[in-house]
Design a protein. Structure first.
Length: 232
């Protein structure tokens, strides 16, 4: 090959590779300016869907979970987390962010989409709880069956079936899930569930034990000068 031909070939390769880089970055979500420790407001990058918050949104104590609805560990953690955030719902803000590990949990992203679609009709936490509490009913379902199962959950929650069907497959919902994942990657999430209580990681030894988890919340509330709920 002549020198001129090599130059032309190199130029073509640069152009092709440049195009591939542009395409690979096209759908990449920029979260460089986002503070992962703060509750995220609705923005263009998140599909105009804010973080879902259970409890006291303006609390000094914030629990953030990065979770996967198909993850067995997340499923086992759910009742413990639900119990503690219910107990401290007037003192604590609980945020759930999607981090579906689709390479090992093929139904996880679809489940996240079901929760987000329900959220657009005001039933996010109801679907969140239903997915975890019924995990064994859909975690091995094929693509067709899981659609029917999630639609059934939507019906149980009184959602508009046609709107749910549209939303679950929408770019808006897909973008919200991808935004959550991008935030998770920014803070080096590699597995689920991962919990941060006011920016500090809650280790597995704590979140698997109801009393230790409760104690961690009580200690953080006291550290922030927040009164504990009155005992009945």
């Amino acid at each position: 090959m002549s020198k001129k031909a090599w130059i032309i070939f190199a130029a073509v390769c640069v152009a092709v590779l440049g195009g591939l880089v542009v395409l690979s970055n096209k759908d990449r979500i920029d979260v460089s300016g986002a503070d992962a420790s703060k509750i995220q407001t609705a923005n263009k990058s998140s599909g105009d869907i804010a973080d879902h918050v259970f409890g006291k949104a303006d609390s000094k104590v914030v629990l953030i979970e990065y979770g996967d609805f198909q993850c067995p560990g997340c499923g086992s953690a759910h009742p413990k987390v639900k119990a503690v955030v219910e107990k401290y719902k007037n003192q604590v803000a609980f945020v759930f962010r999607n981090f579906p590990l689709v390479s090992i949990h093929p139904n996880a992203r679809a489940a996240a989409a079901a929760a987000e679609a329900a959220g657009l009709q005001g039933k996010y936490w109801e679907m969140h709880d239903k997915l975890y509490e019924s995990q064994q009913s859909w975690n091995t379902a094929n693509a067709t069956d899981r659609v029917a199962i999630f639609a059934g959950y939507a019906a149980d929650l009184g959602l508009d079936a046609n709107v749910f069907k549209t939303d679950i497959a929408s770019n808006q919902v897909n973008q919200k899930i991808s935004y959550d994942q991008a935030i998770g990657k920014k803070v080096d999430i590699t597995g689920t569930p991962t919990f941060f209580l006011n920016g500090k990681t809650i280790d597995q030894e704590t979140w698997v034990d109801q009393q230790k988890l409760d104690d961690a919340f009580a200690a953080e509330l006291k550290a922030q000068g927040v009164s504990l709920p009155a005992e009945n």
